[in-house]
Design a protein around this ligand. Structure first.
Ligand SMILES: *Cc1c(COP(=O)(O)O)cnc(C)c1O
Length: 404
C-alpha cells in the first residue's frame, strides 16, 4: 500500500495502514459494524461523509471522476449499497427511495407480454403494483398459495418469466420453502425475487439459496426507528447487477444522501435490535397462546406454527412480528383503544412496538371474502414487538384484553 508510513511498524506512532479491511470471514455482527464504509478514509471520521452534492467537478476531462452525478452514483449512497451487498452476500446492491421503489424497479426487468407467479399473501403495495399498474403494461400475474409447490407449478405458462416470494408472509406468517421454489424456477428459466423485509439478512440470506433478487423495505427493521423511508435490492449475478443499475439510473428513484446516512446509522444496531426484539416476541407469542381471550396466534417460533420446520431450515431466527386473533372486530377495536405501549399504526420493525389492524389498514382494500379466506379475520391484529421491557408489553396487553 502506498500510504505514508505504510512500512514502519515501530516509530512515529503510525499504525502501518491507511485502508482497513476486516476479514471477509468475520462473523455477521462484526461485519455489521466494520462493513468497509464505517470510516471516512480522508479524515478518519468515525462515520461515512454525507456527500451533499448533485454533481462532481471533472478535474481532468480525459479522466472523469468516479462519481459524476448523484442519480448515477454518490459516495454516501454507494457506501450503503456496498453495506447491504456485504450483509446479503451478493455482488451488487441498490438503494431506493422506498421499499416499493426497489420492488417496482425489479419488476421493470420484465417486458410487456410477460407473466409472473406471485405468492397470494404478498405485501399490499406489491399486490397493487401487480394488479393495477403492471396490468396496464400487459404484465400479468397469477397469485398462488406458495406454501404448496403444486400450485406454483400449475401456474406456469409459456410466457412465465418470474416468481415473486415473500416468507414469512404478512400478516399470518405463512412459510414458503425458498429452496424448493427456486429449484423448480431454475429448471424453468424463471427469474426469482424475494421480499426479505421481515427477516433481514441477519436471519435469512436468500441469495445463498439461489434467489436472483433480494428486496427490502429498509423502512422496517433495517432502519429500525420509524424515521426513514427506504428500499434496498441486492443481486449475486453480475449481469443482473448491470440491468438493475441501468434501471435505477434510468428510473431515477434513488435514495437521497441524508436518508442513506440515516439508514446506515440504524443498520449498525440491527443484530442487537433483532436479538432483543426476538426475545420479546417469543415471550409475547407464548403468553398470547396461553391467554383464554386469544383464539389463535401466528408466530414461526411457536412449536405448532405451520411450516416451522421449513422456516428453521432456511432462517436463523423467528423475527419480531406476532399476529393474533381475538375472535371479533369489536374485541380487536377495544384492545386497540386500550393499549398504552404500542403505537397503533401501519409499519413494523421499529424500536417502539407497533400494533396494526390489517382488516382496516394494510388489507382494507381487499374484498372481505378474500380477506377471510386468507385468515385475515376481523379479530386479527399484528404486533411488531419493540424494545420496551416485554413484561410491560404483556401487562399492557393483559389490561387491554381484560373484561369491562
Ligand atoms: C413496508 C413493506 C413494503 C413496502 O416498503 P415501503 O418502504 O413502505 O415502500 C414491502 N414489503 C413489506 C413486507 C413491507 O412490510
Amino acid at each position: 500500500m502506498s500510504a505514508p508510513g505504510g512500512s514502519s511498524g515501530g516509530g512515529g506512532g503510525r499504525l502501518g495502514q491507511r485502508k482497513r479491511h476486516v476479514h471477509d470471514d468475520a462473523k455477521f455482527a462484526t461485519r455489521l459494524i466494520h462493513f468497509g464504509g464505517e470510516l471516512d478514509e480522508t479524515t478518519g471520521a468515525a462515520s461515512v461523509q454525507i456527500q451533499q452534492a448533485s454533481t462532481f467537478h471533472h478535474f481532468d476531462l480525459n479522466d472523469p471522476p468516479e462519481f459524476d452525478y448523484s442519480r448515477s452514483g454518490n459516495p454516501t449512497r454507494q457506501a450503503l449499497e456496498d453495506y447491504i451487498t456485504t450483509l446479503e452476500g451478493g455482488t451488487r446492491g441498490f438503494a431506493f427511495a422506498s421499499g416499493m421503489a426497489a420492488i417496482s424497479t425489479a419488476f421493470m426487468m420484465l417486458s410487456s407480454g410477460d407473466h409472473v407467479i406471485c405468492t397470494e399473501d404478498v405485501y399490499g403495495g406489491t399486490y397493487r403494483l401487480l394488479t393495477v399498474i403492471l396490468t396496464r403494461m400487459n404484465i400479468e400475474t397469477t397469485f398462488v398459495d406458495m406454501t404448496d409447490l403444486d400450485q406454483v407449478k400449475a401456474a406456469l405458462k409459456p410466457n412465465t418469466k418470474a416468481v415473486f416470494l415473500e416468507t414469512p408472509s404478512n400478516p399470518t406468517l405463512r412459510i414458503t420453502d425458498i429452496a424448493a421454489v427456486v429449484g423448480w424456477a431454475k429448471e424453468n428459466g424463471l427469474l426469482t425475487m424475494i421480499d426479505n423485509t421481515f427477516m433481514t439478512p441477519y436471519h435469512q440470506r436468500p441469495l445463498e439459496l439461489g434467489i436472483d433478487v433480494v428486496l427490502h423495505s429498509a423502512t422496517k427493521f433495517l432502519g429500525g426507528h420509524s424515521d426513514v423511508l427506504a428500499g434496498l435490492a441486492v443481486v449475486a449475478d453480475k449481469s443482473l447487477g448491470m440491468r438493475m443499475k441501468q434501471l435505477q439510473n434510468g428510473l431515477g428513484n434513488v435514495l437521497g444522501v441524508q436518508d442513506s446516512w440515516l439508514l446506515m446509522r440504524g443498520m449498525k444496531t440491527l443484530k442487537a435490535r433483532m436479538d432483543a426484539h426476538e426475545i420479546g416476541a417469543r415471550r409475547l407469542a407464548q403468553w398470547l397462546s396461553e391467554h383464554p381471550g386469544v383464539e389463535r396466534v401466528y408466530y414461526p417460533g411457536l412449536a405448532n406454527h405451520p411450516g416451522r420446520d421449513i422456516h428453521e431450515k432456511q432462517s436463523l431466527g423467528y423475527g419480531a412480528v406476532v399476529s393474533f386473533d381475538v375472535g371479533s372486530g369489536e374485541l380487536a377495536k377495544r384492545v386497540m383503544g386500550r393499549v398504552q405501549i404500542p403505537i397503533v399504526a401501519v409499519s413494523l420493525g421499529a424500536v417502539e412496538s407497533i400494533l396494526s389492524y390489517p382488516p382496516m389498514m394494510s388489507h382494507a382494500a381487499m374484498p372481505r371474502e378474500v380477506r377471510l379466506q386468507r385468515g385475515i379475520t376481523d379479530g386479527l391484529m399484528r404486533y411488531s414487538v419493540g424494545l420496551e421491557d416485554v413484561e410491560d408489553i404483556i401487562a399492557d396487553l393483559e389490561q387491554a384484553l381484560g373484561g369491562e
